[in-house]
Design a protein. Sequence first.
Length: 199
Amino acid sequence: MTQTRWFTSRRAFGLGLVVGVVVGLGLAQLIMQREPDLVLRVEPLASPTAIVVYVTGAVARPGLYTVGSEGRVAEVVEQAGPLPEADLARVQMAARLQDGQMVVVPVRASPDLGHARGGTAAPPTEPSVSTEQPIDINRATVEDLQRLPGVGPILAQRIVSYRETNGPFQRPEQLAEVPGISPRMVDEWAALITVGTTE
């Protein structure tokens, strides 16, 4: 082999080696570009955005209300429209609401009618109804029923309307069937009411 052919052969080998490396790098780059990046996404757990509560008592529009999960008692009381006789000082207006909660707005205690007969008025924190003379829910008028704690003119009218539609009450617990009255309210009135007849 002559020196010229040896240099030619070595040059060809070197050129082939360079071409092979370039082609290999190009293929590797092409494969890397085609493989998609693996991205893991962690979605936060969804929290309730709305809750439902029931408002009753001394409000103009008792019923169910839907508010945000961060809602406060004051929000639903305002929507329900507190009546003039509502005792808002006894309601925890800043408390945070919970789903399914019942908010009861009480009525301000009215002075005992005894002062009109020369007697003394009952303390403002005491019910105006005497336990010695309970209210007959089958004979009571709208005005009579408003003497019960938590009962305003609208709720009293509902009791009378229920009685006129369904007949006399058979037992005090039946009051809980009147919209806006809960079993707990009936329990609180246990010593203040009685069931008579309409005859």
